[in-house]
Design a protein around this ligand. Structure first.
Ligand SMILES: Cc1cc2nc3c(=O)[nH]c(=O)nc-3n(C[C@H](O)[C@H](O)[C@H](O)COP(=O)(O)O)c2cc1C
Length: 378
């Protein structure tokens, strides 16, 4: 079956990421403290069920196509211990899936932390809870201290993706095959494995990956349905369009597949452009958690030996402001214009976050989303 026809069959059960909207939207990282913002200002997301549920319901009310949690096992220290508190993403997705009725609900799975038979079963369960709105984000892990919590070493970078291929292959077989199968792979052994009931989505739930390295991009292009561009300092639609086209071409030319390509962005909205810039200045320049972000970039392996100081500073600023996302800063009209420009780059969707996640997303629902609808983007 080609990917195109696969996409059609997924559409038949209406997974939200295949909606026909010009601009598909989602939220990122609503299951952990801090969300996407490393700052000490008041009103930042805390990891409690009421807050994460409220954000899930806001997304659902606006018909967002994706609610994507982060798979995180420990924080990054600093004053805020950014992401140090949070909910495990499969059990979280089961709960969020039960209280929502329209949005796609994702679970983010670190390959080295869970056996594929378990991941396949949990995913199928959530696909039933949500009547076919589940999607699986496959991450191979890069944060050494959290993978070491499992007593597992972090493997060499590209080898992690070879493990992921075998892991995902077992999961897809369980989701789709009727007969039990056994396998002695390079990394996993399964004996007489089977799964019932199969997921609701046919042939199987949507699979996402956000790898940005060559190995990660090839994994996404060959094995996944939704992939991501990490902006990495891109702030112009033209540069984004180039990256999107490159990724789609890779999938088409090397694997004969049509991919959905999304990105992440953060919104800093104000009554006036100056108010938005002042808000940014407050939560990033004045109140950013620079110790936590220094720990993060060190974990990423960025140091003065490997990168020029300006690059490290710029990277830190993007992470503090919105987990390295694409900046959408200004009045509501400016935010709408910038989102329209992103929709014009060939992107299939954008995961959003806000500094004061709940309060700012409520403002977006009241003031900004209606303008997106008016503009024909949603
Ligand atoms: C939208 C998005 C979601 C991601 N979610 C997670 C996550 O939950 N946990 C994690 O450890 N890494 C996460 N990542 C990191 C990626 O899976 C990937 O490891 C990273 O972009 C580096 O690419 P590479 O693995 O190809 O080197 C995410 C990245 C993006 C852009």
């Amino acid at each position: 079956m080609t990917t195109l026809s696969r996409a059609d069959s997924l559409r038949a059960v209406s997974h939200p990421v295949y909606s026909d909207r010009k601009l598909r939207l989602g939220t990122f990282s609503t299951n952990v403290s801090g969300g996407c913002t490393m700052t000490t200002i008041d009103g930042v997301l805390t990891a409690d069920w009421d807050s994460t549920r409220t954000l899930g319901l806001l997304a659902d009310e606006m018909d967002f196509e994706a609610i994507v949690p982060v798979g995180r096992w420990r924080g990054f220290g600093g004053q805020t211990d950014f992401n140090g508190s949070g909910f495990e993403s499969f059990t979280w997705a089961a709960g969020i899936g039960a209280v929502t009725s329209r949005s796609g609900v994702f679970a983010t799975s670190h390959v080295p932390t869970i056996h594929p038979v378990m991941a396949a079963k949990q995913a199928a369960t959530i696909d039933h809870i949500t009547s076919g709105r589940f999607a699986l984000n496959v991450v191979t892990g890069w944060n050494t201290p959290e993978i070491e919590m499992f007593g597992a070493p972090l493997l060499d970078h590209d080898l992690r993706y070879e493990v992921a291929v075998e892991w995902l292959d077992i999961i897809k077989r369980l989701w789709t095959e009727d007969e039990p199968f056994s396998l002695e792979g390079r990394f996993f052994t399964v004996k007489d494995a089977s799964l019932s009931p199969h997921p609701v989505q046919r042939p199987h739930p949507v699979v996402m990956n956000a790898g940005g390295s060559p190995a990660g991009m090839h994994f996404g292009a060959k094995h996944c349905d939704v992939t991501f561009i990490t902006p990495g300092g891109i702030t112009e639609p033209a540069a984004m369009a180039e990256k999107v086209a490159h990724f789609k071409r890779l999938a088409r030319e090397e694997y004969g597949r049509e991919l959905l390509v999304w990105t992440i962005a953060y919104i800093v909205q104000g009554e006036t452009e100056k108010a938005a810039n002042d808000y940014y200045d407050l939560y990033v320049n004045q109140k950013g958690d620079w110790e936590a972000v220094s720990n993060l970039v060190a974990t990423l392996g960025m140091n003065s030996g490997s990168h020029p100081p300006e690059t490290i500073e710029a990277t830190k600023r993007h992470f503090v402001a919105g987990w390295g996302g694409y900046p959408l800063i200004g009045t509501k009209e400016m935010v709408v214009d910038q989102l329209a420009a992103l929709a014009g780059t060939g992107l299939d969707g954008v995961l959003l976050s806000w500094p004061r996640y709940i309060q700012d997303m409520q403002t977006f629902q009241k003031e900004t989303h209606p303008l997106l609808v008016e503009a024909g983007l949603r």
